[in-house]
Write a protein that binds this ligand. Structure first.
Ligand code: PGA
Length: 258
């Protein structure tokens, strides 16, 4: 059986370097007995180098929450895959819903094209991309399936094979993010969506890749719902937001993945 993968996405929850370091030291110590799980942490940019150092001789991998889609230098405020790689980062989250364009909310952000290019840039820099997809709302007429299909195919159609090698898909319904376990997607609905995602992947890529790619669920994963999501949802692991910044909760989610 393949290792489960659990990724902690700290967003802006961890606000200073001391807090980040303390959490990392605690996790490094307590994760020792937990074999058979692929554990990854995505802290905010300023803490990446420090955390890469703390986790250097541990099985925990450190990654970025985003990266620049641009390959050339004049882009103020951007951070490239090469820069991330040079400080010991090994993966990058790409296309998280909190960074994507959201015209309804009046927020300008990353377009599907930017997400695709970022994914290619991550892979070209030697970072393992975690591609996020997820609908803003569930529609009674099933329109959300069409939305997911469009996100996946615009990011992955004709993508270079090399970009697929370490790719992970994270399905995160936006309506379920940042709440609590009882508001998360129900395991049976997660399972249904995963089957749909594998079918789209088989159409856009090929059948054997579609069967192999790990698919994570994200959106209010907490200790309370993690076991059922694993057992009944059929996921390869989780992308965990708020609960990943509480050490006991995060460890409890990791334990349920053993
Ligand atoms: P959440 O965030 O666990 O706080 O819902 C998940 C995510 O957005 O990656």
């Amino acid at each position: 059986m393949k290792k489960r993968l659990v990724v902690g996405n700290w967003k802006m929850y961890v606000t200073d370097a001391d807090q980040a370091r303390e959490f990392a030291l605690g996790l490094r110590k307590r994760v020792r007995g937990l074999t058979g799980i692929d554990v990854r942490i995505a802290p905010p940019f300023p803490f990446l180098a420090e955390l890469a150092d703390v986790f250097a001789s541990s099985p925990v991998a450190v990654g970025a929450q985003a990266l620049s889609p641009y390959a050339d230098a004049p882009h103020t405020g951007d951070v490239s895959g090469e820069m991330l790689k040079s400080v010991g980062v090994s993966f990058a989250i790409v296309g998280h819903s909190e960074r994507r364009l959201s015209p309804q909310a009046g927020i300008s952000g990353e377009t599907n094209d930017m997400v695709r290019v970022s994914l290619e840039r991550a892979a070209a820099s030697g970072l393992a991309p975690i591609l996020c997809v997820g609908e803003r709302e569930r529609e009674a007429d099933g329109e959300h399936f069409v939305f997911i299909e469009a996100q996946l195919s615009s990011a992955l159609k004709n993508i270079p094979k090399s970009a697929l090698r370490k790719l992970v898909i994270a399905y995160e319904p936006v309506w379920a993010i940042g709440k609590q376990a009882s508001d998360a997607m129900k395991p049976a609905d997660v399972r249904e969506m995963l089957i749909f995602i594998r079918k789209v992947l088989a159409d856009v890529l090929d059948r054997s890749t579609a069967l192999k790619l790990p698919i994570l669920y994200g959106g209010s994963v907490e200790p309370d719902n993690a076991p059922a999501l694993l057992a009944e949802g059929g996921v390869s692991g989780f992308l965990v937001g708020h609960a990943s910044t509480k050490l006991d909760d995060f460890l409890s989610i990791l334990r349920s993945c053993r």
